[in-house]
Ligand binder design. Structure first.
Ligand SMILES: Cc1cc2nc3c(=O)[nH]c(=O)nc-3n(C[C@H](O)[C@H](O)[C@H](O)COP(=O)(O)OP(=O)(O)OC[C@H]3O[C@@H](n4cnc5c(N)ncnc54)[C@H](O)[C@@H]3O)c2cc1C
Length: 411
């Protein structure tokens, strides 16, 4: 069976689901002419269920994008945790309460820096918004795609063929759309794993995102709505098997030692999961009748929790480019218009990737001049109100040029 659409989006992760909802509501294209191909959908959690293990730090700019696609209003706000400050410190400094860098939303007159949200809940809210707007949700996996001057044909596992004028690759780090469009990607293996788990700490998290840089990789504690924390422990791959295999009590002790005891005793309350850490950057975000967004276009180190935020900004910028074309009655797959999308996003994302790699290498130093400089740097920034405001703006996601859908006065 062949079905025809203006736009087909492959992949219902956060970037794809948000792009679908934005396009259905803001691109000036009939929503039923937009298809979202979803390999799988996250299940709904009961209101009193424990937090999902996969959570993301959502910046205030991303909140704005999620409001624009009518997903924010569909979230259970009681399951979001607003974080008000970040504490960052290095191995060789005293625990975060005494040294290192602390920047606070109050320094810039904001109530918070962003929210820790469950990834599945965000995806579901975007998909519900897309369906309610009249978009076509198609369950299936992409197995191949062919492009020509007139359009694109995408083949799915059930033998269905989708014809469209634009194919959006939102199918994650190992994007098949990217491969079918002949776009190469440069990858870098950090030789680290990220261990993710939910924990409870003896001392309250104080609505603070905690991050300690260790020579073996950064360790983050993200505050959750029920008082627990989600940890992301990036660790050299040779050391990870032991941390994954030790029992829960030992793992808690290791976490307490790694944080210098700043949150007291730590208790593991979920299974541990691990992800290999690689960065990747597509050599181009667009080709004739094809655009890449989210992890299909770029994967960065999770140390600053920015990957999902970049994907949401991609979705907003692509939607604005398509809306511009549709206002001029132009083809949504026209390369000239797609290049405009790429120009707005690629440099921004490359700068973020380079910054994450530099932080990852720089903060890994455990002794000598590099460690001394880092400690001096952190405390210098901490003493400068201006520099702290710069950091706080980065966390809000409001630094640099933003898509219109992500711009708004805060508070
Ligand atoms: C440990 C860890 C912690 C992180 N923490 C944060 C954070 O705090 N804040 C933040 O902003 N980012 C964070 N990130 C990054 C963030 O999770 C990713 O950047 C983001 O989820 C990518 O979203 P995406 O939609 O582009 O891709 P994905 O989430 O990978 O979604 C891709 C979707 O495409 C589907 N798909 C794949 N192939 C096909 C196919 N052939 N046909 C149909 N569908 C297909 C998949 O099933 C999936 O649903 C973290 C990453 C890691 C590893």
């Amino acid at each position: 069976m062949r079905t025809g659409h203006d736009i087909a989006i492959v992949g219902a992760g956060l970037a794809g689901a948000c792009a679908a909802a934005l396009l259905a509501r803001h691109a000036g294209i009939e929503p039923q002419r937009i298809a979202l191909l979803a390999g799988e959908l996250p299940g709904a959690s009961a209101p009193d269920a424990p937090p999902e293990r996969r959570v993301v730090a959502i910046s205030r700019a991303s909140e704005r994008v999620l409001r624009a696609c009518d997903a924010w209003a569909r979230l259970d706000l009681a399951r979001l945790c607003a974080y008000e400050r970040m504490r960052v410190w290095h191995l060789s400094t005293a625990p975060a309460s005494e040294a290192g860098l602390c920047f606070d939303a109050a320094d810039i007159g904001e109530p918070n820096l962003g929210f820790i949200a469950e990834n599945g809940a965000l995806v579901r809210a975007c998909i519900d918004s897309f369906r309610d707007a009249g978009g076509s949700l198609i369950m299936g996996q992409l197995v191949g795609a062919g492009f020509d001057a007139g359009g694109v044909r995408a083949q799915c596992t059930d033998g269905r063929e989708l014809a469209a004028r634009l194919l959006v690759g939102a199918d994650g780090a190992h994007s098949l759309v990217r491969e079918c469009a002949g776009i190469a990607a440069r990858t870098h293996d950090y030789r680290q794993l990220a261990i993710v788990a939910t924990v409870r700490s003896e001392r309250a998290h104080q609505n603070t995102a905690w991050q300690r840089f260790l020579p073996t990789g950064p360790l983050a504690f993200l505050p959750l709505f029920d008082g627990s924390c989600s940890i992301v422990w990036s660790i050299d791959e040779a050391l990870a098997p032991e941390l994954l295999a030790c029992d829960g009590a030992q793992f808690g002790e290791r976490l307490q030692a790694a944080t210098g005891g700043v949150l007291g005793a730590i208790r593991l309350v979920s299974e541990r999961a691990s992800f290999p850490l690689r960065s990747s950057a597509a050599q181009s975000y667009v080709a004739s009748r094809c655009a890449l967004i989210g992890d299909a276009a770029h994967v960065i180190h999770p140390l600053a929790g920015q990957g999902a935020n970049l994907g949401l900004l991609d979705a907003a910028a692509l939607c604005e480019a398509v809306a511009g074309a549709s206002a001029q009655r132009e083809d949504p797959g026209a390369l000239r218009m797609l290049r405009g999308y790429e120009q707005r996003r690629r440099t921004h994302n490359l700068v973020m990737d380079a910054a994450m790699s530099a932080f990852q290498v720089g903060f890994g130093a455990d002794f000598g001049p590099a460690a001394w400089l880092l400690d001096r740097g952190l405390s210098l920034v901490n003493r400068s109100a201006t520099l702290k405001r710069v950091f706080a703006r980065q966390a809000l996601g409001t630094a640099g040029e933003l898509p219109r859908l992500a711009r708004a006065r805060l508070t």
